[in-house]
Design a protein around this ligand. Sequence first.
Ligand SMILES: [Zn+2]
Length: 81
Amino acid sequence: MKEEAYENVEERLRASYEKIRKSYRNGLAVVAVERDACGGCFNAIPPQKQSEIKQHKKVMICENCGRILVDEELHNSVEIK
Ligand SMILES: [Zn+2]
């Protein structure tokens, strides 16, 4: 049961993430968290926020540059053709 619910959240987030990426063809609107920092502006991301990003609970926005933050795994799993 728990796993199923988790997967549903994952699916929904992935779908919205793909939609977002497709609407921004330059791909700059969505960045991965790299080395504890925003991959777009290199603003440091607090550990608590990072764990929320990793849990895929909600879409997190970088407070500094306004880009959408995702963990690297999700970022790499979505391919835009
Ligand atoms: Zn940023």
